[in-house]
Design a binder for this molecule. Structure first.
Ligand code: B12
Ligand code: SF4
Length: 472
């Protein structure tokens, strides 16, 4: 059987990406789980056009919520061409009834336990509409099919060592999506780390752990990092800020080649951190916590979210300076999004604060899909765009690069310089995050670069409900 795995994507910037940095792990992992009797291809819509006329028998679509409209458009096209369409991923997991309207079958949850059975069911004509995959025990997971990655991605070795996170941040679906905290055998992780058939030296050198929170179990993390030392790699991952209090772990991170850690800082105000259910973050400590990583030459990437209940336009705009002063090397700036499966979704749903006239395309991390407390949705969007422009202005980007030159180790500096230049170039070219509201202040610019671009009629939650009623 021929299977096309498509990682669905809608450009999140008005002019798309100048450079495609890191690939998703999902497609090449699913491909590795697929028995060799099948022919499998992985298509990343972020970098390559999706062919509707394909010789594949099965189309597997993986998508985040913001890309659901495009996924459903593709599903309809493929089903019209007689293909079997399977859906999976975070959006499908929390919107099973909706996804089943568009796909022949869906997988809710983690796929490892059901994927091979599902493919057998297709072959024997017994495909069910819904499969439920429980949390995988992470034993014997194969090395991802790196050989199937397209050339366009700059970094290629993405690895997962653990799944899950014990925290319960209000905006995050990980605790529901990947319950518990599970680890792979260190020897299995090393096998992926040792895969070296990549084209460029930096692709062989860099390991990007796509974990939710790599350092949760300290014993495990220390064992893994000790095993990494002789591999002489440069690695990056996500972790919580409490690692700054563990000098033994920090030292192992340095020795094993850590060049970057992503912290979910989220906000600088105590009230907003409380609203985010993130009491473990204390803004008064950010500077020292970040310094603990800088002392080991490690680049600090940080996620900041605009739109918590106590936020106001001025507190959002202030973050450009605050994040620089705190020592952040590379900021990632999102708008609070009530993704299904998160506590914030339930809260806004119950309070009638989800904006019912906004479709899933608003759920891409850069748009407003809810009624903020202290401002209008338009004010939130505008404050975010101002923050984005200011944080990635030439002045701040250069300041961060210069500071990194004097603080970070070589690999970490390169990473910091590359990522800041990437975003600064976007800001200089006015390549802003896309906005979908019809009267958005950036519409004119957006339309100039992507004339008439709108792959599907925008569907609202009310339309979706109606659709479901009709098919009952
Ligand atoms: C790594 C990661 C990233 C990376 C890589 C992105 C990418 N495209 O893969 C980066 C940092 C770039 C990123 C960015 C974003 N991310 Co992210 N990310 C993750 C993270 C931590 C791990 C995903 C992963 O690789 N898992 C390992 C692989 C092997 O498994 P998997 O993808 O989970 O898939 C499993 C199942 O879902 C299933 N499955 C998945 N697809 C399919 C398809 C089929 C057909 C089948 C059968 C099964 C199946 O099988 C897999 C194995 O069990 C998750 C959290 C999480 N725990 O999932 C968030 C997560 C996926 N991200 C999320 C979000 C919101 C974003 C951003 C929008 C954030 C932002 N504000 O900008 C951006 C979007 C960027 C983009 N390119 O689209 C949300 C998605 C929520 C949603 N409902 O859509 C998550 C769940 C975190 C959260 N906040 O709740 N992200
Ligand atoms: S945002 Fe990070 S720390 Fe919070 S629950 Fe999600 S993965 Fe864990």
């Amino acid at each position: 059987m021929k299977i096309d795995i498509i990682i669905v994507y809608i450009p999140r910037y008005v002019r798309g990406h100048e450079k495609n940095f890191v690939p998703p792990l999902t497609g090449i992992h699913l491909a590795a789980l697929t028995p060799p009797a099948h022919t499998v291809r992985v298509i990343h819509q972020q970098v390559e056009a999706v062919k509707l006329d394909t010789d594949a028998d099965v189309i597997a679509l993986s998508f985040f919520s913001g890309f659901a409209p495009e996924a459903y458009r593709l599903a309809a096209e493929y089903r019209r061409r007689g293909k079997v369409v399977i859906g999976g991923g975070p959006h499908v997991t929390f919107n099973a009834a909706e996804a089943m309207l568009h796909c022949d079958a869906i997988v809710v949850g983690e796929t490892e336990s059901v994927w091979v059975g599902l493919l057998n069911d297709i072959e024997t004509g017994r495909l069910k509409q819904e499969y439920h995959g429980g949390p995988c025990d992470m034993r014997d997971l194969p090395t991802p099919r790196y050989d199937l990655l397209p050339r366009q991605f700059f970094i290629t070795r993405v690895v997962q060592a653990t799944r899950g996170c014990p925290f319960t941040c209000s905006f995050c679906s990980v605790p529901q999506l990947n319950p518990g905290f599970r680890t792979r055998l260190v020897s299995d992780v090393l096998r992926d780390v040792q895969y070296n058939r990549f084209r460029h030296w930096w692709q062989r050198k860099i390991v990007w752990f796509w974990d939710d929170n790599l350092t949760v179990k300290r014993d495990y993390a220390k064992q893994l990092l000790s095993a990494l030392i002789p591999q002489r790699k440069w690695w990056l991952s996500q972790a919580s800020m409490d690692i700054a209090r563990d000098p033994e772990l920090l030292e192992l991170m340095r020795r094993s080649g850590c060049i970057g850690i992503f912290f979910g800082i989220e906000s600088f105000t105590t009230e907003s951190l409380a609203d985010a259910h993130k009491p473990q973050n204390k803004s008064a400590m950010y500077r020292n916590q970040i310094r603990a990583l800088h002392d080991r030459g490690i680049c600090v990437m940080a996620g900041l979210i605009s739109g918590f209940d106590p936020d106001r336009p001025a507190t959002i705009r202030d973050m450009a300076k605050q994040l620089y002063d705190a020592g952040v090397d590379v900021p990632f700036l999102s708008v609070l999004t009530p993704f299904p499966g998160t506590p914030v979704y339930q809260k806004y749903q119950a309070a009638g604060r989800i904006l019912e006239d906004r479709g899933w395309e608003f759920y891409n991390g850069y748009n407003v899909a809810f009624q903020p407390k202290e401002m209008t949705p338009e004010e939130l969007l505008e404050a975010h765009r101002d923050l984005w422009r200011e944080a990635f202005s030439l002045r701040y980007s250069l300041k961060r690069i210069v500071r990194a030159f004097f603080t970070l180790r070589w690999g970490a500096f390169l990473m910091c310089a590359f990522m800041n230049s990437f975003y600064c170039l976007k800001a200089m070219r006015d390549n802003l995050p896309r906005s979908f509201v019809k009267d958005n202040p950036y519409r004119e610019k957006q339309d100039r670069f992507m004339p008439g671009w709108n792959p599907v009629p925008i569907k609202t939650p009310a339309d979706r409900l109606e659709e479901m009623e009709m098919t009952k």
